[in-house]
Design a protein around this ligand. Structure first.
Ligand code: PLP
Length: 365
């Protein structure tokens, strides 16, 4: 079987010493992972903080952006549930924007139409690893309307936007280190904030509201001005993250090289449209294709031939929990009927890709 996903755990890693060191909470390895991650992806250490998941990094970003009960948050219905679940839990309102029907990325015009005086924040999810080309336009538009931008980069570690790992105009970026991401800490997340004051507040809010750096008996001696959560990373995931950073460039390179080969081979398959081109800078966590004919049958054929594929995420607007936000989304209707993700990761060899494309051709012949 060529799986769609594979766990990328660093080789020869031993956490035995750490496990029995007498300290397994949030300590020096968390600080070190934040420093090394920031350094690796050209960010400043003072602009990042770790969390226990990307879901909670998004939650923290929403709180830091000032989203409160009754505010509107404009977001995509085509993403993982985690992008939007915390909006609901804050009792804010969801306003869906439609997507680009050929790429699944945010549609700028639809975003502009969805924004009102009640909008507090906009979330953009970079699915399968592609950062939308229009990001800067969207940010400028939002900032001129006093709206904060939250990027959900759970799937896009290693993606490039205009040759950089991130756009420095953005307010918040949330990364995921969950089991099947390019870099895993088993579970974990990272939040980038443009404003260092947000990081200071975020570091308090991720652990009840206490400042862990001030004294050892902080639980007893410190006042808490703003009640926080318990969403911090601990030293063992952080240590795994540090080890994973040693090979992350090679991993990201392998995904991108595989995408180059797919693009070359799939151009010649009439029934398939390429959805994200290599020049987009995508990290290609998975490789998206548009099957213009028989998507579900193709998926089954691939499965029967030992090739994993999936829709990865389905539209959220049809789920009962979001029923009050129903909206006409014609581009999403088009996209969701055709999209299919095929394996592209570091474990997929060149021969595997020739084989996968050959099987796709065989199905349509
Ligand atoms: C787009 C997107 N957002 C958010 C998440 C949530 O990440 P985590 O599992 O780290 O909370 C995921 C997880 O796969 C995701 O794909």
């Amino acid at each position: 079987m060529i799986p769609l996903f594979k766990v990328n755990m660093p080789k020869d890693i031993s956490v035995d010493n750490l496990l029995h060191s007498g300290f397994i909470g949030q300590g020096k390895y968390v600080d070190l992972f934040e420093k090394k991650f920031a350094n690796h992806f050209n960010m400043n250490f003072n602009n990042v903080l770790t969390t226990d998941s990307c879901t909670n990094a998004i939650k923290l970003a929403l709180v830091l952006a000032g989203v409160e009960s009754g505010d509107d948050v404009v977001t995509s219905p085509y993403t993982c549930l985690a992008t939007n679940s915390e909006i609901m839990r804050l009792n804010a309102n969801i306003i869906w924007y439609d997507i680009n029907k050929y790429t699944g990325a945010a549609d700028v015009e639809s975003i502009k139409r969805s924004i009102s005086s009640k909008t507090k924040a906009l979330i953009i999810a970079h699915l399968s690893g592609m950062i939308t080309n229009d990001l800067e336009d969207i940010i400028d538009f939002c900032h001129s309307n006093d709206i904060k931008i939250i990027e959900d980069s759970a799937q896009s570690l290693g993606a490039k936007y205009k040759d950089n790992y991130f756009c420095d105009k953005t307010d918040y970026i949330c990364f995921s280190f969950q089991a099947i991401k390019q870099l895993t800490t088993i579970d974990g997340g990272m939040l980038y904030c443009k404003d260092c004051d947000d990081i200071k507040r975020g570091k308090l809010l991720r652990w009840f509201g206490f400042d862990r750096t001030l004294s050892t008996d902080f639980r007893c001696s410190q006042d808490v001005k703003e009640v926080g959560m318990k969403i911090h990373m601990t030293d063992i995931p952080a240590y795994i993250g540090i080890k994973s950073l040693e090979t992350i460039d090679e991993v990201i390179k392998r995904h991108k090289e595989n995408a180059i080969l797919y693009e070359k081979l799939l151009k010649r398959v009439e029934e398939i449209s390429i959805c994200h081109f290599v020049k987009s800078g995508s990290s290609f966590w998975v490789y998206p294709i548009m099957a213009n004919k028989d998507r579900d049958e193709l998926k089954k054929f691939l499965q029967d031939n030992g090739i994993g594929s999936s829709l990865v995420q389905n539209r959220l607007d049809n789920k009962t929990c979001f029923k009050e936000y129903k909206k006409d989304l014609p581009n999403l209707d088009y996209f969701i009927e055709r999209i299919l993700y095929i394996p592209c990761g570091w474990w997929v060899s060149k021969n595997d890709i020739y084989h996968i494309v050959e099987k796709i051709r065989e199905y349509y012949n």
